[in-house]
Design a protein. Structure first.
Length: 281
């Protein structure tokens, strides 16, 4: 089974992730055998982590956060899941610039199956769209078999906001449910980072603290911090970007992708959390 881990060429080339990549061929069929791109890794990893845990099957319910125009919603609907796909409300998306690229904010179902990964009638039967701010998850979104987010929790304003989102979104799962989230991981420093702003970068110590909080609440997570060491892993991509895009330089920092797989505990950790909620700093 996959563990929580960092993006690497070896993981992208694994048979399991390549099989998912084949399913996404309509999106990127440019003749390349493997697309060595960290965003592709994030999508494939989320799909495989949920699949391995039996989540991508008819009747399973899933809740996606900050879905943008990612292909995962269509892939999971095609697997038979009943989904609530969410992204931030239009007003905040415009204010924070997420509508500028035309390719990163959802706003509704219409951009979520553009590659035809799921038959349209199945897609509209099984997917509902809802505007949800990840910093204020509505309390009626409960009881899901799985939740996920890709490349979204680092955009919530601060390191602490992203961590609080991961904890708060565990309340959306039924006991034993699975969360998979991907985010930015800082490779070039153990100290200096961007702690607040439009995009933040998580250091190992931030992830250690998050893992500790999750475990304290009774959730299960198993972290592997090994970095890839092939020439493709070591290449730091800068504009104009190349075909090898596993590590990038952003705001002077070298980052890659991190994926977290968390299984919700079956105990009563939520009650304690309500009593001893961590003070916001
Ligand atoms: C880089 S895009 C990623 C989109 C998509 N998940 C993907 O992998 O292509 C970041 C996404 O996070 C969403 N987002 C940013 N802040 C948010 C917030 N406070 N609540 C919900 N979504 C948010 C954006 O609207 C956007 O869809």
């Amino acid at each position: 089974m996959l563990r929580s881990q960092l993006c690497s060429a070896e993981s992208l080339r694994s048979p399991a992730l390549r099989a998912w990549a084949e399913r996404l061929r309509p999106m990127w069929d440019d003749g390349r055998d493997v697309m060595l791109h960290r965003k592709m890794w994030e999508w494939l990893f989320v799909a495989e982590a949920l699949h391995e845990r039996g989540m991508l099957a008819p009747g399973r319910s899933g809740l996606g956060f900050g879905v943008g125009q990612e292909p995962l919603v269509a892939l999971f609907a095609h697997a038979g899941c009943d989904l609530v796909a969410t992204d931030q409300p239009r007003g905040s998306a415009i204010a924070s610039g997420w509508t500028d690229s035309q390719a990163e904010w959802a706003g509704g179902l219409e951009h979520l199956n553009t590659h035809g990964l799921c038959p349209d009638e199945q897609f509209v039967r099984q997917v509902r769209y809802r505007a949800v701010d990840m910093n204020a998850i509505p309390s009626d979104l409960r009881g899901f078999d799985f939740t996920w987010s890709s490349c979204a929790l680092e955009h919530l304003g601060s390191l602490a906001a992203g961590e609080d989102f991961v904890l708060a979104s565990m309340d959306c799962l039924r006991p034993g449910g699975v969360a998979v989230h991907t985010t930015e991981y800082l490779v070039s420093s153990e100290n200096e980072t961007v702690e607040a702003g439009g995009t933040v970068f998580y250091r190992r110590r931030d992830i250690d603290a998050l893992v500790e909080r999750l475990r304290r609440e009774g959730h299960d997570i198993d972290m592997d911090y090994r970095l890839g060491d092939t020439p493709e892993d070591l290449h730091v991509d800068v504009p104009p970007y190349t075909d090898v895009h596993l590590r990038t330089q952003l705001a002077g920092y070298v980052t890659t992708s991190l994926a977290l797989i968390i299984t919700k505990g079956t105990g009563g950790g939520g009650g304690l959390r309500t009593l001893f909620r961590r003070p916001k700093g």
